[in-house]
Design a protein around this ligand. Structure first.
Ligand SMILES: [Fe+2]
Ligand SMILES: [Fe+2]
Length: 272
């Protein structure tokens, strides 16, 4: 059960414009890393919605039913806004459709292998843990986006709040419909390993491709710059490691890490 209210905020962000080039504090590496992750959202979040809604009929609890609706609405709007985001930043270089095609190929591969709806849900739970973890990191470190363009900072904080709010929905559905015992644990752990390689691999690939297309193709930027941002400063992946490992605990639940205070801290900025 979710500890937070799952409230969709239907906002359109103004992200287009030449002044948005290197929107992340004038830093091309940080900008490309965030933009590279954004490329994964429209297709990814559509996949998450489908994977969860597939099991809607098997959920008897009216509260979880309502949470599924909130989840579906939030992710639907995220998907729409990140499509607009991706279109806006494409002006600075990079072929978004081509990069998205690599994620589509992973989704197609699941279909080709006839992956079970349970496994797709396990993948969704794993990706949702990733987004919740990165959201928590963003909200917990107010200096994270220091110097960023205000509207880009606003879309990322908005997305982070809502990822935190709905972080347990896929997982609670999994707890009802997923396989139990060792079989369930193994499927969940295996899905996390797959999700890790797709998320880390593709977001890094996208960041490098965007950097090259934007004229920053040197080794120092595409390899060392990206590693520095991920592991050293701000070191998002390094900082998130304990939260990542917690997912492998047998009795894990997303709300064992209660970060409602972070949601409360930021959400008033989005009240209509
Ligand atoms: Fe989302
Ligand atoms: Fe999500």
């Amino acid at each position: 059960m979710s500890l937070a209210e799952i409230k969709p905020r239907n906002i359109k962000f103004a992200l287009a414009g030449e002044d948005k080039r290197n929107w992340f504090a004038g830093n091309p590496v940080a900008t490309a890393i965030m933009d590279g992750a954004s490329i994964l959202f429209p297709l990814g979040e559509t996949f998450f919605i489908q994977s969860v809604v597939h099991f809607r009929d098997r959920i008897a609890d009216p509260q979880l039913q309502a949470e599924i609706t909130g989840f579906q609405q939030q992710e639907g709007i995220h998907s729409r806004e990140h499509r607009r985001y991706n279109k806006a930043v494409e002006a600075f270089g990079g072929n978004i459709a081509e990069l998205e095609g690599r994620l589509q190929a992973e989704i197609d591969e699941l279909e080709r292998r006839n992956a079970s709806p349970e496994y797709k849900l396990a993948l969704t739970c794993a990706f949702e843990h990733f987004t919740a973890m990165l959201a928590d990191d963003l909200l917990a470190h107010p200096d994270f986006m220091a110097g960023a363009d205000p509207e880009f900072s606003r879309i990322w904080h908005w997305h982070a709040i809502e990822e935190a709010e709905h972080k347990s929905v896929a997982y609670d559905v999994w707890n009802v419909v997923g396989p139990k015992g060792l079989k369930g644990y193994w499927m969940r752990a295996r899905a996390m390993m797959k999700a890790t390689s797709v998320f880390v691999g593709q977001s890094r690939y996208n960041a490098r491709a965007l950097l090259r297309a934007r004229g920053y193709g040197g080794f120092r930027t595409t390899v060392l710059g990206v590693l520095y941002f991920s592991l050293i400063k701000p070191g998002v992946l390094r900082r998130s490691l304990p939260a990542y490992l917690a997912y492998f605990k047998p009795g894990f639940h997303p709300w064992q890490h209660d970060n409602r205070h972070l949601i409360e801290k930021f959400k008033s900025a989005y009240e209509a």
